[in-house]
Design a protein around this ligand. Structure first.
Ligand code: ATP
Ligand code: MG
Length: 423
């Protein structure tokens, strides 16, 4: 994932210098994996990985400052001198030992570049690049697959997914985000082994879901998740029942937010009778099952509820509509609403109605200063308690519904309400 505060040009220059230093010290060293793929696709790599014949100890001798992040697996971080340089993961060419937990090799043995390529997951991720000679070194046919637009596991797909089950989800993410066709054998291996995804931690699954569902190709990812049956296994199995309108809307989302896609797909799990902020319910359970953060969970829940509420905005009372439109998450909501409209076969136009309403409505009308305060209620002699809050709420409701507009009107209403309660 992208390192924060890095500068792409500095990062590349630093990655070049790291290779050069190792080479000067007599070791083989190359850029490896994702950065090679991205460069061949003319995309800016998020980060650079260097693979080398030097052992971690030797790497630590070559560079003054290193962070031994995973020495037993051959991995050392080399931080740049300037913040924009980022840091480079320098990994010794390695072959993985046996996979015992369905995720990680028990040990590794250091080896040649060619063998190192074989342990990588997909051909497009298995290439090296020599930045000094500007030459791609491809032992796995990654260049051909990239040109043909194919995502293919390196070696026997069934073996590769059996070793590390997470690769099945990575396959979906790479196929979708790079718009590649999944090679038939790779796909059918996932279809056969999909149930094994259960061995991967929900945190790791959620991390992959975040990445694939925040990307503009999220609709392709969702199709692959369905097609491979992985969707049934992810503890987001309930998403498999997403309604077709929500699925159609996925491709029309414009904002790169995972929460939007998740709220769309989980929309059928809300209880429309519950207020948006209410805890619990199947959608929140689903978010908690995936160990999403509290903020993600409450945003998803708010978005799904509000989307339901604004489906026919002209029929929604103003005291319900206005707080939704005054919420900071409103922009995300309108993005989803537009996506639903764009994906619908008949043309509902909730988003257009709302935008028109907003163009005629001032911020003051949308979220006006309350007309009355707790002090006003106190001075009417109402004791503190549930009635207190209820009165405030009722005056607020009338204000948002534009039944009262001035402080005097607010106070008069308050008095009437307080009296009728005391009767
Ligand atoms: P991105 O950073 O966009 O996820 P990436 O290809 O750089 O893409 P990383 O997770 O950063 O992915 O891993 C770097 C490289 O390490 C990959 O390109 C691949 O060669 C190898 N790799 C990563 N994860 C695995 C895995 N689970 N199995 C086999 N090889 C892997
Ligand atoms: Mg990477």
């Amino acid at each position: 994932m992208a390192q924060t505060g890095t500068d792409p040009i500095q990062q590349r220059e630093f990655a070049f210098r790291v290779v050069q230093r190792l080479r000067d010290a007599g070791y083989e060293s190359l850029w490896a994996g994702g950065c090679v793929r991205d460069a061949l696709l003319d995309r800016q790599p998020d980060d650079y990985d260097v693979a080398t014949s030097a052992t971690p100890e030797q790497v630590m001798q070559v560079f003054r400052r290193t962070i031994p992040v995973g020495v037993s697996f051959g991995v050392v971080m080399v931080p740049g001198r300037k913040p924009g340089d980022g840091q480079i993961e320098v990994a010794t060419f390695r072959a993985d030992g046996d996979y015992l937990d369905g995720r990680h090799p028990a040990d590794v043995v250091f080896c040649s570049a060619e063998e190192d390529a074989q342990r990588r997951d997909f051909t497009i991720n298995g290439m090296f690049f020599d930045p000094i000679e500007e030459r791609v070194i491809d032992y796995v046919g990654g260049q051909d697959d990239l040109k043909a637009g194919i995502l293919r596991a390196i070696g026997n797909p069934e073996d590769r997914f059996t070793e590390d089950k997470l690769r099945m989800l990575r396959a979906v993410r790479f196929a979708a985000t790079y718009e590649l066709e999944m090679d038939a054998a790779t796909k059918s291996a996932i279809q056969r082994l999909h149930a094994d995804l259960i061995q991967v931690s929900v945190e790791r699954i959620a991390q992959e879901l975040r990445r694939m569902l925040s990307h503009s190709t999220r609709h392709i990812a969702f199709e692959y998740l369905q097609d491979t049956q992985l969707l049934k296994v992810i503890c987001a199995g309930e998403l498999a029942n997403a309604n077709s309108q929500a699925v159609n809307a996925l491709r029309h989302l414009r904002m790169p937010r995972f929460e939007s896609a998740f709220a769309l797909l989980g929309g059928h799990l809300i209880d429309p009778d519950q207020p948006p902020g209410k805890r619990g319910g199947p959608l929140q359970d689903l978010c908690r099952g995936l160990k999403l953060s509290n903020t993600e969970t409450s945003d998803i829940s708010w978005l799904a509820h509000s989307l339901f509420q604004i489906a026919a905005p002209s029929e929604l009372p103003l005291h319900q509509l206005k707080p939704i439109l005054a919420d900071p998450r409103y922009k995300l909501l309108i993005d989803i609403s537009k996506a639903v409209d764009a994906g619908a076969s008949s043309a509902p136009d909730a988003a257009r109605w709302i935008e028109h309403y907003l163009s005629d409505t001032t911020e003051q009308q949308l979220n006006p200063q309350p007309l009355v305060s707790g002090g006003d209620i106190e001075s009417l002699g109402v004791p503190k308690g549930p009635v207190f809050a209820k009165l405030l709420q009722e005056v607020r409701r009338a204000q948002l519904d534009e039944e009262v507009g001035t402080r005097e009107e607010g106070l008069a209403l308050l008095q009437r309400l307080a009296e009728s309660r005391q009767d």
